[in-house]
Design a protein around this ligand. Structure first.
Ligand SMILES: [Fe+2]
Length: 371
């Protein structure tokens, strides 16, 4: 089988795997809830021990009490149809979000679930918990920001302990390429890449996890008509867009009341090694290594995700673009490590992650100059 045929056949398996995963996926809460209530997906409850607050179900535009605080969360989740929304009082939303994040370490180490079930559950918990923070126009609430720290720290710590979780998480990410998942995807790629590059101290890995998760938080101040424009931005729009790294730095600093040790990652994630990036147009080692690696993870996930203005590239196409069409923009050593990381053939085979569309010959072709 040629590398091209391998790619085509793995594309099919990616689509099938995606369809399977979508059926099991937690449906995010979007329906309009009665005044004073917020809708949450009942599937998110399954991994908590007990309810941290009262739960309601919608009935003719009203909320009817369904379960009270302290009830067994898995029992309640079992009584509600999969994907159905339940309601919590809006003032309890924060409490529930904390309880969901607190359940992450337990889920990741729960031997009664398969590795893939654990990572899918945590992926859904994590993306849902970070969604309000990154929604366009949202005000950054300090509690939410600190909650996102706890969430990504819990995932970082666990991933570093178990390679199986890493590869399963990467496979899950490859099946869920949407705008609101970009933050978590970038974070997982970044933490694993940082570890491979020899960044082993927990504080440093935490900074990579937090900075990469929040790298685009400044986009909450970019109007959606610019963010989602189905064509190239004009000069004025680019001026606005180029502000988001600086705005992000300001947002986290203001919300926390101090400059967090990961803030430089947010400020520098669009700088490029050849000086073509923004906002500073800094070159090579003027940019911190952790910012450089986050830039690679960010670009890769953006290229492999479909947007309103472009289709998704395969992993192979994305890496080839970054290596050749964008030659010079990324730290070459870090990029090669990233390519090697995704092409970890043994691990990919072991976990049947052919969805990544990278085989040993393809990886070699990417690494060889002029391929
Ligand atoms: Fe960005």
């Amino acid at each position: 089988m040629t590398p091209h045929q391998a790619l085509e056949s793995s594309r099919g398996s990616l689509a099938r795997a995606g369809a399977r995963a979508d059926r099991r996926r937690v449906v995010p809460a979007h329906h309009v809830a009665p005044m004073g209530f917020s809708a949450v997906s009942s599937a998110l409850l399954a991994n908590m021990r007990e309810l941290p607050c009262d739960l309601f179900v919608p009935s003719r535009r009203h909320a009817v009490l369904f379960a009270t605080v302290g009830a067994s969360a898995p029992d309640i989740a079992g009584r509600v149809k999969s994907g159905v929304e339940v309601l919590v009082r809006t003032e309890d939303e924060e409490l529930l979000a904390h309880a969901l994040v607190a359940s992450i370490p337990g889920v990741l180490s729960d031997e009664s679930m398969s590795v893939d079930e654990r990572t899918l559950a945590v992926y859904n918990l994590a993306t849902e918990s970070v969604r309000p923070l990154l929604a366009p126009g949202s005000r950054t609430v300090t509690n939410r920001l600190e909650l996102s720290h706890d969430m990504v720290d819990a995932i970082t710590q666990r991933l570093m302990l178990d390679d199986r979780l890493i590869w399963s998480m990467v496979a899950t990410m490859q099946k869920h390429l949407e705008t609101h998942t970009h933050a978590l995807n970038t974070s997982v790629y970044s933490v694993v890449l940082a570890e491979r590059l020899g960044i082993r101290r927990l504080e440093e890995l935490r900074d990579v996890g937090r900075g990469s998760l929040l790298h685009d938080i400044g986009k909450v101040r970019v109007p959606p008509k610019i963010l989602d424009k189905p064509g190239p931005l004009d000069e004025q729009e680019w001026i606005v867009m180029r502000r988001h790294p600086g705005e992000g730095h300001e947002i986290v600093t203001k919300a926390l009341g101090y400059i967090p040790s990961y803030a430089h990652i947010i400020a520098e994630h669009h700088e490029r090694a050849d000086g073509s990036g923004y906002p500073g147009g800094r070159h090579g080692n003027q940019v911190a290594v952790d910012s450089q690696l986050v830039a690679i993870a960010d670009a890769f996930d953006a290229l492999t995700s479909a947007r309103s203005y472009k289709p998704a590239s395969s992993a192979f196409e994305a890496l080839r673009t970054m290596r050749f069409r964008m030659a010079g923009q990324f730290n070459d050593e870090v990029l090669l490590e990233f390519i090697g990381m995704l092409g970890g053939w043994q691990e990919l085979r072991k976990h049947e992650l052919r969805a990544l569309e990278i085989s040993t010959p393809v990886r070699t072709a990417i690494q060889a100059a002029g391929a």
